[in-house]
Design a protein. Structure first.
Length: 353
């Protein structure tokens, strides 16, 4: 029995590695095609890339506040990116390629002028095991701008020749590859199992990378809890026979998300990943349970005061929704949570530090 289980485990591990290699190869080919009509620009401040929403009646806004939009890539000041066309909406955006899809970065975050210090990163999702607190620098360069990170491990979202790119406490940061505090580097670390239901190969490749990217941005406590409970992410284009553009939790160790390539490519999925990771962690993944305190829930009006009316009501409707969405905001915009909901900020800060 144990031998059979070991063989199955080995098979699934090999299959996962194969999917990842194919996905990265496909991404490189798409980047080459995309690069034909692009130019180099540089980030003047930290920024995310967003997906442009479609023209369907449900979507009355495009390329606006990232809390209302899909977010995947995160870029640091001075980072070099290849951009395509300039697109005008409420504000101007440039096209960028991300895992074979066209996404957008706000034009006011970019400049054609090369800064004194610039860099370019590649995506890599590895797990670094650490022996002691390690320095995380604001740029891939040794300087006085650093913070100390003292968890036992950290996941990467990218790399340069000599640095790992990470995302901690709402900020892009960099760790020297030769740091003596790094005990080991796992290039195929544990991630939530991603299952696709009747979706094209392009979707499978794209979603696998996007789920991994989002997972690597989570606090280590959340990553550890979800990994221990063997979290599974199922992606399909139907839930109970209905079209949906958001996600929902269907079990204590399972998340179900929607990806519909027939009308929009892709739809609002990445915010759903953050939000549902929050449900799985805060509201009971496996044996883990961390209820949101009542005094934090009392801050719901101030935290979501500028959200769209429909989302205000949803996220304020009960503790479960408040906990999941406030955790997502804490991960991406900790200073916003600190300013608008200080008790909620303190609660999550104490959990993760």
């Amino acid at each position: 029995m144990n031998k059979e289980f070991a063989m199955k485990a080995a098979f699934y591990r090999i299959a996962t590695i194969a999917i990842f290699i194919i996905a990265m190869f496909t991404m490189l080919l798409s980047q080459e095609a995309f690069a034909a009509d692009t130019k180099a620009m540089y980030l003047v401040k930290q920024e995310c890339s967003y997906f442009k929403l479609g023209e369907a009646p449900e979507y009355d806004m495009v390329l606006v506040d990232p809390r209302y939009n899909s977010v995947t890539g995160v870029y640091g000041p001075g980072e070099k990116v290849q951009v395509g066309n300039l697109v005008s909406s409420d504000v101007d955006y440039y096209e960028v390629d991300l895992f074979g899809e066209t996404w957008y970065i706000s034009a006011d975050s970019l400049s054609e002028k090369k800064p004194k210090y610039s860099y370019q990163t590649n995506y890599i999702f590895s797990k670094l095991t650490l022996s002691a607190p390690i320095k995380i620098y604001a740029k891939p360069s040794v300087s006085k701008e650093f913070t100390s990170y003292d968890d036992a491990f950290i996941y990467t979202i990218g790399e340069t020749n000599y640095w790992y790119k990470v995302f901690v406490d709402g900020n892009v940061g960099f760790i020297r590859k030769k740091s003596p505090e790094i005990i080991s580097v796992d290039v195929d670390p544990p991630f939530p199992l991603v299952e696709m239901n009747n979706l094209p190969n392009k979707t499978i490749e794209n979603m696998t990378l996007r789920v991994r990217y989002t997972f690597c941005m989570l606090p280590s406590e959340v990553q550890e809890t979800l990994t221990k409970n063997n979290l599974k992410v199922t992606v399909s284009n139907r839930i109970n026979g209905e079209r949906r553009y958001a996600g929902l939790t269907t079990g204590s160790s399972k998340i179900q998300l929607i990806e519909d390539y027939r009308d929009f490519s892709p739809v609002i999925i990445d915010d759903a990943i953050f939000h549902e990771f929050g449900h799985a962690y805060v509201n009971g993944s496996g044996n883990h349970y961390t209820p949101i305190p009542e005094n934090c829930y009392a801050e719901r009006d101030s935290l979501f005061d500028d959200f769209l009316d429909g989302r205000q009501a949803h996220y304020k409707s009960n503790k479960n929704e408040y906990a999941a969405e406030s955790l997502e905001l804490y991960i991406k915009e900790p200073e916003t949570v600190k300013a608008k909901a200080p008790l909620t900020y303190e609660y999550f800060y104490n959990l993760f530090h």
